[in-house]
Each structure stands twice: as structure tokens, then as C-alpha cells.
Design a protein around this ligand. Sequence first.
Ligand SMILES: [Zn+2]
Length: 466
Amino acid sequence: MKLPLPTALLLTMLTLPTWADSDNPLDSSAEARAILAAVVSFDTASGHGQVPKMAEYLAAQFRAAGFERTDITLVPLGDTASLVVRYHGDGRGGKPIAFMAHMDVVPANRSEWQRDPFTLVEEQGYFFGRGTLDMKEDVALLSQTFIRLKRNHFMPSRDLILVFTGDEETSEETAIDLVNHHRELVDADYALNGDMGSGVLDASSGKPLLFYIQGAEKSVASFTLTARNPGGHSSQPRPDNAIYELASALTAISHYQFPTQTNSWTISDFKAASTVTPGSLGQAMARFAEHPTDQAAATRIAQSPPYVGKLKTTCVATQISGGHAENALPQTASAVVNCRIFPGTSAETVQSRLQALAGPRITITSNYPPTYSDPSPLRSDVVAAVQKAVDAANPGAVVAPTMVAYATDGSVFRKAGIPTYGVGSMFIKDAENYSHGLNERIPVERFYNGLIYWDVIIHTLATDSH
Ligand SMILES: [Zn+2]
């Protein structure tokens, strides 16, 4: 709904007194905790059919807060679903901003956890539960923020759209369905993705150190390499052998280094990381950020598993099989090589490079079509809003742009022409990242700080002062 200016001003003035009582985001901490507890209780791992139930629970919260039924859309897809909620602004700020999150989680076996993974447990300053970090915390925080702002009659300068998908951890089909078949529901100037981006707490002091805002993703491709041979009895070895040929091909691939590449996200990332990374690695990062042609610096960084993927395309053997009997010459031998492809390089280029390394006797096939996405433009208004929100919620952290070496729903939106920025609110220590693992948890204090974080983001990017 677009209001003419005087009406909007009048409404703002009329509602001002009620703001004053309840404008502090932390006043809604108990409600945010209740939503977190409720959403954690749904086992939304793939195949359990619980995502639509969780979406219905959330829809009921939005209706109760005053959102029109027509602004709350549940989009079923197979046994999962998306939930899209539109918060109408006055339109003066331009096209909408989308806020993305996913409702599904990776599976958790009750028997392996110390606590029930589907019951929110608060203990020793942490919230434990499947999805507390990836990423029901931001589902709860974003929902509670929208609910509180709605109750307070906050009028944004542009529409704000919550986009909760239902299968990010598996096929990302709900995100693909939204951009392809429900574009009008989710179309936005840009999207802020709670699933990516993250705050880092210092390992010893626990103080906020860095906050990564993510604007680029590598594409993922897997190739199967196969060697075939007529085989025969193992007492009569032939000069050619499927296992040896496959082994030679894999060895050649293991020795190959793809060329170094950069974009504005990775250069800024190395610059920021150099300030908190000790020793020769930190020095190499600083040199590389300054001179991306510095080969010695690139070689040093490439020795570090967490950072090599930010330098170049990487390919690595992950699975192998071959032979059919211990006393027979192998008729087939095959291996899977998994590649993380730097934005700007095509999967075809990577495949032909692998073929050249493996030689003509190896057949290479692509296992699935990779999702490409170009890096989103580094927007200074988004970076500034994130810095302001981090300063308010978790002061002390430096905001650093980054690219990640895996693909998320964000790549689906980027590919569809909606620039997407990973800005998830949570701060943790690196050693406490149990996302996808056992005993997943988040610090309770940092969860509540997330209410301040999203409030500042929205006020900075969606009010007239901006
Ligand atoms: Zn996630």
C-alpha cells in the first residue's frame, strides 16, 4: 500500500507515543526465544514433511501481529514449502529489499546427541539444538523483528520481503521455484541472506573480531573419471590397466594448480584477514591484497586449506571405485573429482582442463549442471548499514567482504538477477562452529543481540534518512 506523503506523516505522528514504550528490540527477547524454541522443535530435515508445518506456525505469528492474509504466502513444493511475507512500505525508497533464510536443516540423530536436537536447551550460556546456527536463529530473529515493527506501526520507505525457503540443504528447488514461477512475490532491488555472512569472536577473549559480508559464491561441479579395459585373468597382465590409468590421471590432476583469480570480494577478504592472521600466512595475505600478481604470496596462501579456495578454482578427488574381483584384471575404474569453480570460469573450461590432464583414455562426464552466479556488486550502502548494525549489536568487529567456496540459495537469486549479500547476524568462535554437526549451538547473548542487528539494518536501509 502506498500512502501519499501527508497521510504517512500523520500516521507516523499518531503512532509515535506507542513506539517509545516498545521500541527497544531487546524488549522482545522472550518472544524471539519462544519463536526459536518453536521452530527448532520441527524436524525440518529433508523427507520429514515438517517444513510446511513450521511455515504454517510462522504464518500464524505474522497474522496475529497484524499482517494481512494476502501478504503471507505459503508456496508448497513437493513435501516442502516456501513462506513469503510482505511488509508494505510507502515506496519512497524504491524497490523492495528481500530478507532470505531457509527453514530446513541437515538431519540430526537423537541417539548421537547429548541433548534432544529438536528441543531448544539453554545451558552454560548457549542455546543447543539442530538449526540454532544454520539457520533457525535468523528465521526467529527476522520473524520477531518484522512482528515487532508491524505492531509498532513502523512504516518502511520500501517493501520488505521475508523469503523463507524449504530445501536449501539439499536441492534448492524452492528458491529456484520462487525466482522462476513466483517472481512477483520475491522480486527485489537486492536480497540480504541470513544464511551466509558471519561474525567471528576471538578464540580466547570471545570479543567480536570480524564480520564477513558475503557477495560471491563459487559454483560446484562434480566429474566422474572412468577408465575402461577389456580385462582378463590376473595371471596374464596386459600393458594397459584401468586402475593404473585412473591412478595416473588422478596424480596428474593432484599436481595441477588452476590459475590465481581475484574479485573485489576476495581482495577485501584477504586484506581484512591479514590483520587478524599471524605469521607468514598473514603477511602473504597482506602482500597479495596489495599486489595480486605476487606469485610467492599466492603460493603461501595456497598452502592453507581454508584460504586456497578464495584464490582459484580447486578440484580434488573425493571418491574411487574399480575392479570386480581380486584375481581379475579391472574392466573399469572410476573416481569422482569435485571442483569449486571461481566466478568467471566455466565448468566446460574446467572439464577440458581435467581431460587434458587425464589423457584420452579417460572418459570424463559431468555429474550435474553447476549453478553459476556472478559476484554481486559491492554496494557501499549495504556495507555501511551492516557496519552500523554490527557496531550497535556486537561492537568491535571489522566488516570484511568475502566469497565462499560453496553454493547456497544466494547463488539462485544472484543468477536470477537479484544481487544477494550474506549478512547473517550470528557471532561465534571458529572452534564452536557445529553447523551440520553434533550439538549445534549459539551463544545466548549473541542471539539476543541479533534483534538489535536486524532492527538497525532495516532502519538504515528502509527509512527516509537513507
Ligand atoms: Zn544454511
